[in-house]
Design a binder for this molecule. Structure first.
Ligand code: FES
Ligand code: FES
Length: 157
């Protein structure tokens, strides 16, 4: 079956497997992390038709023709696939000191979705968007600062 991932069609074999494993094991897109496997932690988050979705909770076949965006699909790339510019959310998280990074795919992709619908989110909107994702290092305040910084960078871009 075919999946549209990060703007490209990919042939995948294991349509009955959770999307997280198809991304990681079949396609080598290890920017999508695996944590709880039961839809609780959010580290496996991808954007599915522009909305955050937990890739451990949906099979590849259930994705159908909806576009999937993973962490690898955020940066701007040239024709050879080399990164030419990071997404403002990536820039902001790189500038922000965090710890292990296990939770970051979920936080980054939820921030991308938030800024797409609200380019100037207030503190409450940032907290609400971050809330579904666990951070086992307890970096919630830092993560919220990174999202606020991302909004600033995106408005300047
Ligand atoms: S691994 Fe999917 S929500 Fe935790
Ligand atoms: S930075 Fe370690 S889990 Fe969030």
């Amino acid at each position: 079956m075919q999946l549209l991932i990060n703007g490209r069609q990919h042939e995948v074999e294991h349509g009955d497997e959770p999307l997280v494993w198809v991304l990681r094991d079949e396609l080598g897109l290890t920017g999508t992390h695996y944590g709880c496997g039961i839809g609780m932690c959010g580290c496996c988050t991808v954007l599915l038709a522009g909305r955050p979705a937990r890739s451990c909770q949906i099979t590849a076949a259930e994705v159908g023709d909806r576009p999937v965006v993973t962490l690898e699909g955020l940066a701007e790339r040239d024709a050879a696939g080399e990164v030419v510019a990071l997404h403002p959310v990536q820039e902001a998280f790189l500038e922000t000191p965090l710890q292990c990074g296990w939770c970051l795919p979920g936080h980054v992709l939820c921030a991308v979705a938030l800024l797409a619908r609200d380019p100037a989110p207030d503190e409450a909107a940032i907290a609400e968007a971050a809330q579904p994702n666990l951070c086992r290092c307890g970096g919630y305040n830092t993560i919220k600062l990174a999202v606020a910084r991302a909004a600033e960078l995106a408005r300047k871009a």
